[in-house]
Design a protein around this ligand. Structure first.
Ligand SMILES: [Zn+2]
Length: 240
């Protein structure tokens, strides 16, 4: 093809200027090379195939809102010892829609004295997410219901042992609580990429929680910090 084009051009030029013009034409290899490239079929079969979609994708349940209280050992001012805060707290006004962090099936919904109203969702790989202190689950969110990532599963509230309107969000693998900060807004190509070990580690540091509202029956008490860093407080619990 390229050869024919070059010959045709040379014949035209040759009619005007003779053999020296043909020599000049042949001495321009870049022009010929360009014609050859254009004549080649597009190399579609050489393109890199699309990578498969990641097996695990986790979104933040309240997009755009920040974690106020992280995963880890935490001591509430009215308690004598620290306890593991098994999830993260994300402050939001009551009624704000809570989104499913990942595709899954509702494992259960219910009410507990500590969690208040909650929704628990099962995901593949033995992972579960828990949304607590809710105002209410969303319509149709009940055991066995399929939920897509990003779908509204509930609304933020202040139920259970809560210190103000917020979402308590947990991620577990089996029974093991994991730090949700390792998952929110991240995707993982396959199950082996899930940061189970890193997210399951608990720092020995105990954080004294700052609370905006004391639960009923617990009177505010002076909190003192000893030299060792431990926190002491005396609490008075009213009857009833
Ligand atoms: Zn919490």
């Amino acid at each position: 093809m390229a050869f024919l084009v070059a010959l045709g051009m040379a014949a035209t030029v040759g009619a005007l200027n003779g053999v020296s013009a043909l020599g000049a034409w042949i001495a321009k290899p870049p022009a010929v090379a360009t014609v050859v490239e254009e004549a080649s079929p597009p190399p579609t079969e050489l393109e890199t195939p699309e990578p498969p979609p990641p097996a695990f994708v986790f979104d933040a349940p309240l997009p755009g809102r920040t974690i106020d209280s992280p995963f880890g050992l935490r001591q509430l001012p009215w308690e004598e010892n620290g306890r593991l805060h098994q999830g993260v707290d994300i402050a939001a006004p009551a009624g704000a829609p809570v989104k499913a962090s990942a595709d899954g099936v509702v494992k259960r919904t219910g009410v507990s004295p500590t969690y208040g109203r909650f929704v628990e969702v099962m995901h593949k790989g033995g992972m579960t997410t828990l949304y607590a202190h809710l105002k209410a689950p969303a319509r149709g969110v009940k055991q066995g219901a399929y939920v897509r990532r990003g779908a509204t599963v509930a609304f933020v509230g202040n139920s259970g042992r809560s210190t103000g309107s917020h979402l308590h969000f947990e991620i577990r693998k089996g029974d093991k609580p994991l730090n949700p900060a390792f998952f929110m807004g991240r995707s993982f190509a396959e199950a082996d990429d899930l940061p189970i070990r890193a997210a399951g580690r608990v720092s020995k540091k105990v954080r004294l929680a700052v609370v905006s509202k004391w639960p009923d029956g617990v009177k505010g008490a002076p909190v003192t910090r000893t030299k060792s860093g431990r926190v002491r407080t005396r609490i008075a619990v009213s009857e009833g």
